[in-house]
Design a protein around this ligand. Structure first.
Ligand code: AGP
Ligand code: GLU
Length: 612
């Protein structure tokens, strides 16, 4: 969950590590810390809270040419200075930054305490540092062997960076279940959990694989497996533009990313390259299935967590509507902890922005173990998820930095829509129907641009409802999962309690919550469900609940009932959630602004949840 950055080379390490941590802070911000290499010692600086706190205590001009840094999202042990990483062995010979969870840390801790080790933190991570140091000092192992022997004793997940007091310039990285990438410069090497942390410094990267270590020195790097055999890996060129990972003129990444959607959605359909107007279908190279194999598919399951799960729910409805194939969405954490029934002829899609979400990755392992075929719908190129799937489609949203997802959500919808169109054309859609859908995709960027025009109306709404303690988000059909996404966005960044429901469920419980203090947000599409949703709105009004309505049709039925009506451009029902998502994102944003929240880094959350 956290961010790791390491540097060894010919430049001063401190500014590079601080810059890297700034880029990584969205991954975890409970505390941060840095260890700098010196002669026969290392110096550790760490502080709880935001990165500013660390910045205030580090020596800016430190001469060290190598070091490791960390931003933490606590799993074991409270948010304190002592629990912040890096963690060192009690004799000051090895120091570690870690992302992940060590399941057997208590046994290891007891064993090491029995040998005289003095522990300073409550973290699981500290056992790694103490164990490496034990093998290094007591058993006189080389740094490589000390790390490899330690890894052999760990149960759990890790992305690791280790430094040694007596080997300045040497950093050993390791990966098992958490992302790790090397950045190769001129006589310098970076080690990071995310390539954005050395953006602008090098584009040559090597992705470490599970159960591998990397040995970094200023002038060399190598990768080995846990049996200490060399593994040869070629460097790859990073494709994305790091300017996109900067805030520019916007106050927050979240707002910037909302406003990028007309462009990012166009990238999802390859600026037209993934659309085939002539045959009314979509062309998706990465699916790695030939058309004959698609004939055998009887069912589609989309898997994800959080926003990706909400997107998956929309995707399943698109698939059923356009391809008339049974489709559903599943919570990856439920798959991994349950005993999923993997049926023959079922095609699974794992949906994820980061491609590093632990629950999603574990569910893929489980499905693959049972013989299922999983394809990825992923944003981060080269991520663990992208690598473990049998194929898939990149959503090309570009770097998404805000913890709350916006453009990755709409791009996921578009890509699932393309897959549904492609499969629909093979099954039930005629050429003319397909062509009409292709046209709708093509018009999305313009419509999203127009939808963003509701910004000032939403700013006023946020002022009006800033004192709400709770809100309901309601929609029917394909808008039901969008209601859940609207509620998730609001909770996440404004901390206002919100629930998303299929509007038909209103009378079955949630109606009890309605009062003048609890506004309801209805999301309405031009569908056969319109009258039913209008009925639900009337039920809320009758109980004096304020009604906000986001709709792509402007009819007196809605005008008469809604206290506030936000009209967005019309599109076909399947793509309506893509357009209607924007006012909901803006609504969450401006309410969070009203309440002075930390919008890009909401409390208790982190961008990619790489721990269980
Ligand atoms: C989105 O706003 C949330 N921060 C969160 O629910 C997120 O969508 C979820 O953790 C899944 O992440 P992923 O897409 O990187 O797999
Ligand atoms: N489990 C470790 C801790 O709680 C690492 C957490 C992280 O990945 O940030 O300190």
């Amino acid at each position: 969950m956290c961010g790791i950055i390491g540097y060894t080379g010919k430049k001063k390490a401190m500014p590079l590590l601080m810059q890297g941590l700034k880029m990584l802070e969205y991954r975890g911000y409970d505390s941060s810390g840095i260890a700098l290499a010196g002669q026969n010692e290392f110096k550790v600086y760490k502080k709880m809270g935001k990165l500013e706190n660390l910045e205030a205590i580090v020596p800016r001009n430190a001469a060290a040419l190598s070091g490791i840094g960390h931003t933490r999202w606590a799993t074991h042990g409270g948010v304190t200075d002592a629990n912040a990483h890096p963690h060192a062995g009690y004799r000051g010979k090895a120091v570690v930054v870690h992302n992940g969870i060590i399941d057997n840390y208590l046994e290891l801790k007891q064993e090491l305490q029995g040998k005289g080790a003095n522990f300073l933190s409550e973290t699981d991570t500290e056992v790694i540092a103490q164990l490496v140091e034990h093998y290094l000092v007591d058993q006189k192992m080389t740094p490589e062997n000390a790390v490899l022997t330690t890894l052999g004793r760990l149960e759990g997940t890790y992305g690791l960076g280790v430094m040694f007091a007596d080997h300045p310039g040497l950093i050993i990285g390791a990966k098992n279940g958490s992302p790790m990438v090397l950045g190769l410069g001129d006589k310098e090497v970076f080690l990071a959990s995310d390539a954005s942390s050395f953006a602008g410094l090098t584009r040559q990267v090597v992705y470490l694989q599970d159960k591998e270590i990397a040995i970094l020195k200023p002038e060399s790097w190598e990768t080995r497996n846990l049996r200490n055999e060399a593994v040869f890996r070629n460097a790859e060129e990073l494709t994305w533009n790091h300017e996109e990972a900067k805030k520019g003129d916007y106050d927050h990444f979240f707002l910037k990313e909302i406003f990028e959607q007309p462009q990012s959605v166009a990238r999802a359909f390859g600026q037209g390259g993934r659309l085939v107007p002539e045959y009314g279908t979509a062309k998706l190279g990465g699916l790695n299935l030939d058309k004959r194999e698609f004939f055998d598919i009887e069912r589609v399951v989309f898997i994800g967590m959080g926003t990706a799960l909400n997107a998956a729910q929309v995707g399943a409805r698109m698939m059923e509507s356009w391809a008339r194939l049974p489709a559903r969405a599943e919570d990856a954490s439920e798959i991994r902890t349950g005993n999923p029934i993997v049926e023959r002829n079922t095609l699974y899609f794992a949906v994820s922005q980061s491609g590093e979400t632990a629950d999603t990755i574990a569910s893929i392992h489980e499905i693959q173990e049972k013989g299922g075929r999983v394809l990825g719908i992923v944003n981060t190129v080269g991520s663990s998820l992208a690598r473990m799937c049998n194929g898939g489609v990149y959503i090309h949203a570009g770097p998404e930095i805000s913890v709350a997802s916006s453009k990755a959500f709409t791009n996921q919808l578009v890509v699932m829509g393309l897959i549904a169109l492609f499969m629909g054309r093979m099954r039930v859609l005629s050429l003319t129907q397909g062509q009409a859908i292709v046209k709708e995709f093509g018009e999305l960027p313009e419509k999203l641009q127009a939808a963003l025009g509701c910004r000032s109306q939403i700013m006023a709404l946020a002022k009006k409802y800033r004192n709400a303690k709770s809100m309901l988000f309601l929609g029917r059909g394909i808008m039901a999962p969008l209601a859940m996404e609207g509620a998730l966005k609001l909770k996440e960044i404004s901390y206002i309690h919100a629930e998303g429901y299929a509007a038909g469920n209103l009378k079955h419980g949630p109606l009890a919550l309605i009062s003048p203090e609890v506004p309801s947000v209805f999301i309405v599409a031009n569908s056969q469900n319109l009258d039913r949703v209008v009925g639900n709105m009337a039920e809320v009004k009758a109980r004096k609940g304020p009604v906000i309505c986001v709709s792509n049709i402007d009819t007196p039925k809605l005008r008469n009932l809604a206290d506030d009506l936000i009209i967005v451009p019309e599109t076909c029902e399947e793509l309506a959630p893509v357009v209607a998502a924007l006012p909901l994102q803006l609504f969450a944003y401006y309410l969070a602004m009203e309440l002075d929240r930390d919008i890009d880094r909401p409390r208790n959350l982190a961008k990619s949840v790489t721990t269980e």
